[in-house]
Design a protein. Sequence first.
Length: 71
Amino acid sequence: MTTQVITPAEAWEEVERLKAWVIFNRQDGKWYADVPAEMFYFGCGDTPLEAVTHMLSRIAEVAKKAEAANV
């Protein structure tokens, strides 16, 4: 598996494109990233960028599985 570097600007561009939101949860001290109408958090991390990175990673995983299923 290769690792792709995502710059903060690229990550925020994806947040805006996906109409996602990023919030800080004071109870656990983590940042969360999600997309509208989901019942769970897509990504979380110690910083906003880490939360968005995890969200994009999960979206990529789902896309790869969907692509493999359609082959």
